[in-house]
Design a protein around this ligand. Structure first.
Ligand code: GTP
Ligand code: MG
Length: 299
């Protein structure tokens, strides 16, 4: 902050975006103090064009993934002491003229994370049906456990703003496309305020650089991994308890059947043992993970 004015940064993660990056940087420059392009090991002229258009370029020697590019953006914002960081894609799908709209709730101190949503106001948005469905499913998972006011309609949007508090506290682990969900899930744990504003997003000529099914599955696995860590007791404990109770019920049936007919139902007896062992193991795993995570957080 200089003389009470917040210092603003735009970060653009890029992998081979020479066709679009120049115009995105030129537009973005009008709205913030500095534009940084994270060139994620591009093999084309992305870095040269971005520099020429007036961006600071940070290069990864090799392609490390979207999440790794975001992580570099967060690190830069921390190092250079920025108050507000806005991230948008370099492939031209986002309209850089909407930077102010996305930045506003954060600059005004109303939110720590502001998500530009493709689904709040559908005018101008042409999200293909299958993507719409995939994003809705992933957003449902991301929102699980969030308070109502922090739930989002577009958990996969890459157009977002972050406050200084978010910049200082978000510590990304996911190096790939799961990063967008991880940020929201971390934000929830840290009680960061989350808001949404409507944005447009272009799908002309399909700008995606990854196959949508791989993309979706990767994100889902990453959300489940985070959920498993965040809610270890629930994740392991509930299935463990269900298996244990089912084992007990089946075991009781096997016992009474044996007493009545003097024949042991071997198959059911085996299933009983498996259910009891798996249930116990899952329960113990949940308890241990829960204790370790709690101890870590207290530290
Ligand atoms: N796919 C991909 N994108 C990267 C990577 N590193 C940086 N990016 C940039 O991240 C932004 C988003 O990537 P896209 O593949 O367009 O993903 P998306 O826009 O969420 O997906 P679509 O809605 O399918 O277009 C783009 O500006 C990419 O250039 C990477 O390793 N892989
Ligand atoms: Mg894209």
């Amino acid at each position: 902050m200089v003389n009470g004015i917040k210092r603003t940064l735009v970060v653009i993660p890029c992998f081979n975006e020479e066709a679009t990056i120049g115009s995105v940087v030129l537009k973005a420059k009008q709205y913030v103090d500095e534009v940084v392009v994270i060139d994620d090991g591009s093999t084309d002229k992305t870095a040269k064009i971005a520099e020429y258009a007036g961006a600071t370029v940070l290069r990864h020697d090799e392609n490390k993934g979207y999440g790794a590019a975001l992580k570099s953006g967060f690190e830069y914002a921390r190092e250079k002491d920025f108050d507000v960081m806005t991230i948008l894609d370099g492939d031209g799908q986002h309209d850089a003229d909407q930077i102010q709209t996305v930045m506003m709730p954060v600059s005004d101190g109303k939110a720590d994370i502001c998500v530009g949503s493709r689904f709040l106001d559908s005018t101008g948005n042409m999200v293909p049906m299958y993507r719409h469905f995939g994003i809705a499913v992933l957003t449902k998972f991301t929102n699980a456990g969030s308070e109502k006011e922090n739930k989002v309609t577009d958990g996969q949007s890459g157009f977002r703003s972050y406050s200084r508090k978010a910049i200082e506290n978000i510590d990304l682990k996911d190096t790939q496309m799961g990063a967008s969900a991880e940020i929201l899930m971390q934000g929830r744990r840290m009680h960061l305020n989350c808001e949404e504003v409507p944005i447009t997003c272009s799908y002309e000529g399909d700008c995606s650089t990854e196959r949508p099914v791989d993309h979706g599955l990767g994100v889902l696995i990453s959300i489940l991994k985070y959920f498993e860590v965040e809610h270890s007791l629930l994740f392991f404990g509930v299935p463990g308890l269900i298996m244990f109770v089912a084992g007990l019920a089946l075991g009781t049936w096997v016992y009474f059947d044996f007493m009545a007919n003097n024949v042991l139902a071997l198959g059911n007896a085996l299933i009983t043992v498996i259910l009891l062992v798996l249930g116990t193991l899952a329960g113990i795993t949940g308890l241990i993970l829960h204790a370790v995570i709690n101890a870590n957080q207290r530290r």
